[in-house]
Design a protein around this ligand. Structure first.
Ligand SMILES: NC(=O)c1ccc[n+]([C@@H]2O[C@H](COP(=O)([O-])OP(=O)(O)OC[C@H]3O[C@@H](n4cnc5c(N)ncnc54)[C@H](O)[C@@H]3O)[C@@H](O)[C@H]2O)c1
Length: 258
């Protein structure tokens, strides 16, 4: 059984197949793009097939190194089905990026139980399911890399986002530690990335006034780069990252220091 040590590196590197959730746009798309550039075969998955098919075609017109799959992260069976499709068409799964999420801005006293549960189910329960299905599969094989997209909101309680979103992201940081302990002995590392405001459709959708307000509060006076986050995912999913696990990697322009 491989334990992700250097002696296994060439084999693991050759077999690099990654699955990214919510990959049709935004950070998921950028992460898929950087993984592909780094030599991974990449399954781009999303709630609707059309979006990820277009994303995969844009990144890999020949379709040799990508696979587009419908995977609604709130549906356990979708993970099971996706795993089988990935292994049949791309090879042994070695990396999973749990990126899919929804954001709501509702003030905390107005959040209904139904809305709270919807956000937590999409953002947090999905990470539990993914680790149980895909993580366990990689652990049984003896090698794997999992990266969960948390958020600065999960560390500071959030500013522009809702309480349900922030709570779900805080939960991801904790689940990351729990699965890192669970899978550590099996060669599977589990890390979280906690971005601050990053250049993405969401951030670009803000008014000019709001954009300037947000920038004025970021010590480095710029938004984060999706490609840099993609490169961080590449680093954390490399065989050499065997000793980095259970950590939350802050990429927030200095908004939150600890
Ligand atoms: N953009 C930022 O500034 C920022 C900051 C901190 C954390 N993040 C995190 O990074 C990740 C990506 O953010 P983004 O800005 O690209 O967001 P986005 O809204 O552009 O992308 C999220 C993706 O998740 C997908 N998705 C939503 N529900 C789904 C479901 N049930 N099943 C499958 N896919 C589903 C959406 O369709 C979309 O493609 C999220 O986890 C987000 O919380 C983003």
């Amino acid at each position: 059984m491989s334990n992700g040590t250097t002696s296994e590196t060439p084999k693991a590197a050759k077999a690099s197949v990654a699955l990214v959730t919510g990959a049709a746009q935004g950070l998921g798309f950028a992460i898929a793009s950087r993984l592909l550039a780094a030599g991974f075969k990449v399954a781009l998955t999303g709630r609707e097939l059309e979006g990820v098919e277009a994303a995969a075609a844009a990144l890999d017109p020949d379709g040799e190194n990508t696979l587009a799959l419908k995977l609604d992260v709130t549906v356990r069976q979708d993970f099971v089905t996706a795993l089988a499709a990935v292994e049949a068409r791309l090879g042994t799964l070695t990396a999973v990026v749990n990126n899919a999420a929804v954001t709501r801005m509702t003030p905390v006293l107005e959040i209904t139980e139904a809305e709270f549960n919807e956000v937590v189910t999409t953002n947090l329960t999905s990470v539990l399911t993914s680790c149980q299905v895909l993580g366990k599969h990689m652990a049984d094989r003896g090698y794997g890399r999992i990266v969960n997209l948390a958020s600065l909101a999960g560390q500071n309680g959030g500013t522009a986002t809702g309480a349900h979103y922030a709570a779900s992201k805080g939960g991801i940081i904790t689940l990351t530690k729990i699965f890192a302990k669970e899978f550590g002995p099996c060669g599977v590392t589990v890390n979280a990335i906690a971005p601050g405001p990053t250049d993405s459709p969401l951030v670009r959708g803000m008014s000019e006034e709001k954009t300037q307000q947000v920038l004025a509060n970021i010590p480095v006076r710029q938004f984060g780069s999706p490609d840099f986050l993609g490169d961080l995912v590449v680093l954390l999913t490399s065989p050499e990252a065997a000793f980095a696990t259970g950590a939350t990697w802050d990429v927030n322009g200095g908004l939150y220091m600890r």
